[in-house]
Structure formats: C-alpha cells, structure tokens
Ligand binder design. Sequence first.
Ligand code: FE
Length: 132
Amino acid sequence: MESKTSEDKWKKKLTKEQYRVLRKKGTEPAFTGKYWDYHEKGIYKCAGCGTHLFSSEKKFDSGSGWPSFDQPIDEVNVEEKLDTNYGMKRTEVLCNKCGGHLGHLFNDGPKTTGCRYCINSISLDFQPDAKH
Ligand code: FE
C-alpha cells in the first residue's frame, strides 16, 4: 500500500495525465501520445523515475497507436504482472523501480521475440543518442 506521502510526492512530480496513467493505471487514447509515430534513435526512460526501459532499436510500428517494442533494454527493469481488469486476462507492464504503470504485454509481436510491449507514450521520456 502506498503511503499518503508518496502519493503526494507523485502528484507534485507528475502532470495530471502522467499521474492518471503511471500511478492509477490509466491509458492514453490511441494515436494521441508523442511517441507512437516517433522514429528518433535513443532510449525511452520511465517518466516517473528515469529508469532505462526501452531502446529505439527494439521499437516497431504495431499500428496500435501506442509505441511498441519487442523487448525491454533489460528484463530486470520491467515487472510483468497478471491483470484481470475489464474481464480480460492481460499482462500489465510496470517499471520495476518505481512501480509506475507502463502498459501491457501481448504475444502477437514480430517474429524476433513474439512480444509486443504496448506502452503509453506519457509513461516514457525520450533521451536521444548523443550525436557524434
Ligand atoms: Fe519508474
């Protein structure tokens, strides 16, 4: 159970919409986020705590309207949890450091891994690769 203090801390740190998605397991409407159609090279970090979650190298166009990846940078950085809300059996994806809700994991991804990490743009912060 999260303490009141930590709830207040998140409310201060995050925008209203980030708080709704990351801390209250909300979903941004498809095709509205900043990263579903974004193709720069770099790293997608947790918008809550900065943990490195996904690389642009593993991003693909899923047609879903959410940024999609076939694997995380490091499996220890994400937590996968059974989600039975809305009468569906889905796998929820969370930041393993701050517990922020990122999105869901489906098994209809590209053949490379078969995984589709379907992530809310608003849960992510993009850090471009350093230019040489
Ligand atoms: Fe985090």
